[in-house]
Design a binder for this molecule. Structure first.
Ligand code: CP
Length: 281
């Protein structure tokens, strides 16, 4: 993990000066996205192109999945067409691992159900190590706030942040914070905010039937008033529900030098370059 974080950071430092040795030249990467995506799919596409590769997109609604074809059968067909690797997003928790056990090419989990989003956790680690100017996150206390119950980002970040030495506290209403995750939990956002140096706000996943009370923003939102008393890093994996988990004014990048929300997106391209290079380059 540390090697990938360092390599992503190298790509970020190199910026446009990065002279691609085209490690993916002649390779086609399949983006197999059965769920919608903006950041993950586009950043994998850009990362592939930056490394000299080519890509195809197969999206759930326009694929033969709509006729009942299984994810594994779809993947086998893409492999038969000669793609070099697959980036898989799906609703099934075991989808990417089922595909990986069946095909003979690298498979990257781009978000599976509510369980895992490992490349998001890796890019968040890149954003935070650069923000703190360290190679690891020892001594850093991170709050992950909101709809933990439906969040694959939270689950992967608990693993990733802890691995890099950070302490994680989960904050949210009791019904949205499962008690089977290996972390401290709290319902008192203001108290936790005084103790952390990074705060990761999560989207309330209404499309997965999350329900919140009318006082959710007041209790668990990063409101303008709350943000005024906080000087640590602000993260959000996106997409954001402005006015629910984060106020419009706090979400806007110019609101604070500590707002890392778009920096996370930039880190996403570099992180996915590091992953593709490692697996296929
Ligand atoms: N953070 C994230 O996974 O965003 P997308 O759903 O837009 O890819």
């Amino acid at each position: 993990m540390v090697g990938l974080v360092q390599r992503a950071s190298h790509f970020l430092d190199a910026g446009d000066r990065y002279e691609p040795s085209a490690p993916l030249a002649g390779k086609i990467i399949a983006n197999l996205f059965m769920e919608n995506s903006t950041r993950t799919r586009c950043s994998f596409t850009i990362a592939t192109k930056r490394l000299g590769g080519d890509y195809i997109d197969l999206l759930g609604g326009t694929s033969s999945a709509s006729k009942g074809e299984s994810l594994v059968d779809t993947a086998l067909n893409l492999e038969a067409m000669g793609v070099a690797a697959m980036v898989v997003r799906c609703t099934q928790e075991s989808g990417p691992s089922d595909v990986a056990q069946t095909v003979g090419i690298p498979v990257i989990n781009a978000g599976s159900g509510t369980t895992a989003h490992p490349t998001q956790a890796l890019l968040d680690a890149v954003a935070l190590t650069r923000y703190f100017g360290k190679e690891d996150l020892s001594g850093v206390h991170v709050a992950i706030v909101g709809d933990i119950a439906h969040s694959r980002v939270a689950r992967s970040n608990i693993i990733g942040l802890t691995k890099l030495g950070a302490t994680v506290t989960l904050v949210g209403p009791q019904e949205l914070v499962p008690d089977d995750l290996d972390c401290e939990t709290s319902v008192d956002f203001d108290a936790v905010l005084q103790d952390v140096s990074a705060c990761m706000m999560l989207r309330v996943q209404f499309e997965r039937d999350a329900e919140v009370g009318e006082d959710y923003r007041e209790k668990f939102g990063l409101t303008e008033a709350r943000a005024k008393n906080y000087s640590g890093a602000i993260l959000h994996p996106g997409p954001m529900n402005r006015g629910i988990e984060i106020d419009d004014s706090v979400a806007n990048i110019e609101s604070s030098p500590h707002n890392l929300i778009l920096s996370q997106v930039t880190c996403g391209v570099a992180t996915r370059m590091a992953i593709l290079e490692h697996l296929i380059g």
